[in-house]
Design a protein around this ligand. Structure first.
Ligand SMILES: C[S@@+](CC[C@H](N)C(=O)[O-])C[C@H]1O[C@@H](n2cnc3c(N)ncnc32)[C@H](O)[C@@H]1O
Length: 448
């Protein structure tokens, strides 16, 4: 297999199968869902980010009956299956297909693995989806899928015998995890292939986690209270069903991310910097825990508006600045901070199940680039920390180069950096699991 799956795709024009008029699809049909999901998967395989493509697709396809839940499930599921569909299609496609058709085949294969009891419906609907995209090629799609069906069990057995397709992650990713976590690497990969849990943060200014749990139970929402006060829902639900969400009693935030504000431990009256703040989940959490003078920095202006929206819903306030946190000349008034939250940009390999496009978009060579960027942000931020002040370094990565080795290199560069224990441990590697995503935390104090 090539470095990136999808090697048997061709530009949309390559084989459009002539000029037959495309057959329209019923908006609420499985064929429509397969077609839209196939186009989204094709866009990601071509290097586009899923969130933007999904928003773009929703703006373009406005029929009210489209089952966007199904489209999303099929798209995310297919992308989580990294490499499986391509490994199979590679055996059946003699020539590349237009990208969207290739996408439909990938989605159809994913669905066949999930719901083999519906195999014939899936094939029929995928052929209709193909006919709507490229009428002249529906025979090819039909032939490929029926061939796959004929040899299905043998194909799946073969997929499960190869690490990349069994574990549904790129080879380089598997190698990195295996080297850093000899005992846990398979569990980390397995967690990355699951549906993410939904967790809520209780606004401690309004209610206790126990009271929050009771409020949810009254609304018929089953949840568990985790040891950091996060509420993990048994089943994800839309925010408009969460009582008091719009008035700021709850926020949606992964339970692993809810350690950040606790471990930075803000105290009333302190000057705090949240250096990479959007969309503002951790900013808000810090403000819920103490009355602090908080500066929230964010490089991306569009994302910075989300901090504002979040704080407004929660009735909280901070100084929000759009700036590169490393460009001190531009934003820093020279007054040091008591505490800094450095939730730096990273590979996001710990949250891959929420963003399965990451597996397709990232390259092994991106990781040292992220590490270099993180190092320069850390070095700049360290200058703004008061002697005796603390900085919490956070990533949502599971790669050592961005985590443990990053902090080891930082401490080697800064003789005034003291490693502080977090709950009696020198660092916290929060591995992704059933209740939360994957994070890394290290706490550093500046020598007085
Ligand atoms: C991991 S996210 C932060 C999540 C946020 N702390 C929260 O809990 O909601 C990293 C953020 O840093 C921003 N960012 C990246 N480079 C930056 C820089 N040089 N200065 C400030 N913000 C930056 C990104 O746009 C992104 O919004």
């Amino acid at each position: 297999m090539t470095d990136r799956p999808g090697h048997r795709r061709a530009p949309a024009r390559a084989r459009d199968g002539g000029h037959r008029r495309p057959a329209p699809l019923a908006p609420d049909s499985l064929a429509m869902s397969l077609s839209l999901a196939g186009q989204l998967v094709a866009a990601v395989v071509e290097g586009k980010a899923l969130t933007e493509q999904l928003a773009h697709s929703r703006r373009r396809h406005t029929a009210p009956d489209i089952n966007w839940g199904a489209v999303q499930d099929l798209t995310y599921g297919t992308l989580r299956d990294y490499g499986r569909g391509d490994a199979v299609l590679g055996q059946f496609l003699q020539k590349p297909l237009p990208a969207a058709l290739h996408g439909v085949l990938l989605v159809a294969f994913h669905r066949l693995e999930q719901r083999h009891d519906q195999a014939h419906t899936i094939v029929d609907q995928a052929v209709s989806a193909a006919a709507s995209l490229a009428p002249g090629l529906k025979g090819v799609v039909n032939g490929v899928l029926r061939n796959i069906l004929r040899r299905f069990d043998a194909l799946v057995t073969r997929l499960d015998a190869t690490p990349e397709t069994r574990l549904r992650h790129p080879d380089w990713w598997i190698r990195r995890l295996r080297a850093s976590y000899p005992d846990d690497w398979e569990a980390i990969l397995a967690a990355g292939n699951q549906h993410p849990p939904m967790a809520l943060r209780v606004n401690r200014r309004r209610l206790t986690p126990e009271a929050g749990l009771a409020r949810l139970a009254e609304a018929g929402i089953a949840a568990r209270l985790l040891d950091n006060g996060a509420l993990c829902l048994e089943r994800a639900c839309p925010v408009d069903q969460i009582p008091g969400f719009f008035t700021g009693d709850f926020s949606v935030q992964d339970a692993g991310a809810q350690w950040a504000a606790r471990w930075l431990a803000p105290r009333d009256g302190e000057r705090i910097l949240d250096a990479c703040a959007a969309p503002g989940g951790k900013t808000a959490h810090l403000l819920e825990l103490a009355d602090v003078d908080l500066t929230a920095l964010e490089l991306d202006p569009a994302r910075a508006t989300r901090i504002e929206e979040n704080l407004e819903r929660l009735g909280l306030s901070a100084r929000i600045e759009v700036a590169d946190c490393a460009d001190l000349e531009r934003w820093w008034d020279g007054r040091p901070f008591d505490r800094i939250l450095a939730d730096v940009p990273c590979s996001a390999s710990g949250v891959v199940r929420r963003h399965p496009d990451i597996k397709w978009l990232r390259r092994n060579t991106d990781i040292p680039r992220f590490a270099a960027q993180q190092a320069s942000l850390l070095d700049a931020l360290w200058r703004t920390l008061a002697p005796g002040g603390t900085m919490l370094y956070v990533t949502c990565s599971v790669f050592d180069e961005e985590n443990r080795s990053q902090i080891a290199r930082f401490c080697a560069r800064h003789a005034d950096a003291i490693r502080m224990a977090i709950d009696n441990q020198i660092e916290r590697i929060v591995l992704p699991g059933a209740d939360h995503d994957g994070f890394y935390y290290a706490l550093l104090q500046k020598h007085r």
